[in-house]
Design a protein around this ligand. Structure first.
Ligand SMILES: [Mg+2]
Length: 410
């Protein structure tokens, strides 16, 4: 048996985390969504029960309530989703170091080197499901197969808390009858083409003329054809090669002690720019910000906050850090300041974040991130200092060469 690839997918992840955090929600129809007070909120995630009643991701709250009047609405809590995701990944990596992330709640495992210690692939899948359920209160479904594409189909095949083996013997019976859009990477464009030539199922795709596919879809046509036939040998990457940093921080000791809020704000602006640039380089968004302030008496105080809208914008990070600075002063931190460190925490992949509403705030945050992405491109080409905000101090900002945890630099 060479079904050594597992695809694990946490079921209704955001809603499940909310229930794991607060067991009184178990059994209720639940949705995670934008702020209902602002009326523009949309559904980001829903529980199994709500799903059965017709609640869908992307619906407005109003629509969802029509399907499910007793729907319990909760705002997203990304920092908790990051924490639970981390716990899931540490469970997975205790069985193999080949764990390739596909977002907060999905990944592939290659367990070909794990059988002596942990048993068959199916046994490992059972163990993972049991332990995720018992230790974290999260259910996962698992696909077990000989390719990544089929393993992913398998995790989707039966859920929640189920597992499906797609083997050399049964893939024609299990994978082939599924709609062709279930296969990874089939977007709206290729789907329209498939339908126009009568390809409706994965089996149709597998048996289609490869030349026809590649004449219209190029290399992707041949790739999809191969995937549908179970011909795929892309390896599951090593966890440490693909994981995103947990936090990104930048600290700097001022040349001269900072004696006013304005001087602190200028340094925070510079540090936030570096942090935001590196967040975007890693394709991540911060769900929290931490600020550490070291006084000239060498005492360090730190404070962190969660942000409402995940961001990779320097402007947003600076504004959050300034709020933290003011809070720290209220709590007794004092001038003059020797050093400051701004750290983006609770990071999620940019792809993991879907806007939860049509809030103006949220759109603005997206705009900041997009604007700053184009600045990154210019800096990649001509050097970091080619673009500087008018009021930045020169020569005092430094970039940490590795991902830093809060306080590591102190
Ligand atoms: Mg999932």
């Amino acid at each position: 048996m060479d079904e050594n690839i597992l695809h694990c997918d946490a079921n209704n992840f955001y809603a499940s985390v909310e229930m794991a955090k607060d067991p009184s929600l178990v059994g209720k129809n639940l949705a995670v969504c934008g702020d209902p007070e602002k009326r523009h909120g949309i559904i980001l995630a829903k529980s199994e029960g709500a799903k059965r009643l017709g609640v869908k991701t992307g619906q407005t709250i109003r629509e969802a309530k029509q399907y499910c009047p007793d729907l319990v609405l909760l705002p997203p809590d990304f920092s908790s989703y990051v924490k639970y995701s981390k716990a899931l990944y540490s469970l997975y990596t205790s069985y193999t170091d080949r764990v390739e992330s596909f977002g907060l709640d999905e990944c592939w495992l290659d367990v070909s080197g794990s059988h002596k210690l942990f048993g068959s692939s199916e046994h490992i899948a059972e163990e993972l499901r049991r332990r995720a359920r018992e230790e974290l209160g999260i259910t996962i479904s698992v696909g077990v197969s000989f390719t990544k594409v089929f393993a992913k189909l398998g995790s989707d095949y039966k859920k929640p808390d189920a597992q499906t083996v797609i083997s050399h013997e049964n893939y024609r019976n299990i994978a082939w009858p599924l709609p062709v859009e279930d296969i990874l990477m089939v977007g709206a464009g290729s789907l329209a083409f498939f339908h126009s030539v009568g390809i409706r199922t994965i089996g149709d795709l597998a048996q289609a003329d490869e030349n026809l596919l590649s004449s219209r879809l190029g290399k992707m046509g041949s790739t999809l054809h191969a995937w549908a036939n179970g011909l795929e040998d892309s390896p599951v990457k090593l966890y440490y090669e693909t994981r995103k940093p947990e936090s990104v921080g930048n600290g700097s000791t001022a040349e001269k002690d900072l004696t006013t809020r304005e001087e602190c704000a200028r340094l925070i602006t510079a540090l936030s720019e570096r942090v935001a640039t590196r967040l975007r380089r890693h394709d991540t968004l911060a769900c929290g910000v931490h600020l550490a302030v070291k006084s000239n008496a060498m005492t360090t105080r730190g404070k962190q906050m969660r942000v409402e809208v995940p961001t990779a914008s320097a402007t947003d990070i600076k504004n959050h850090a300034l709020r933290l600075l003011d809070d720290l002063w209220k709590q007794g931190a004092s001038l003059p300041v020797r050093a400051l460190t701004v750290t983006a925490i609770y990071l999620i992949g940019a792809d993991d974040y879907v806007p939860t509403s049509l809030f103006v705030d949220e759109i603005t945050a997206g705009k900041n991130t997009r604007l700053e992405k184009s600045i990154d491109k210019i800096r990649d080409k001509y050097g970091y200092d080619v673009i500087r905000r008018g009021n930045l101090p020169k020569g005092t900002d430094e970039e940490a060469d590795e991902e830093t945890k809060p306080f590591k630099r102190q």
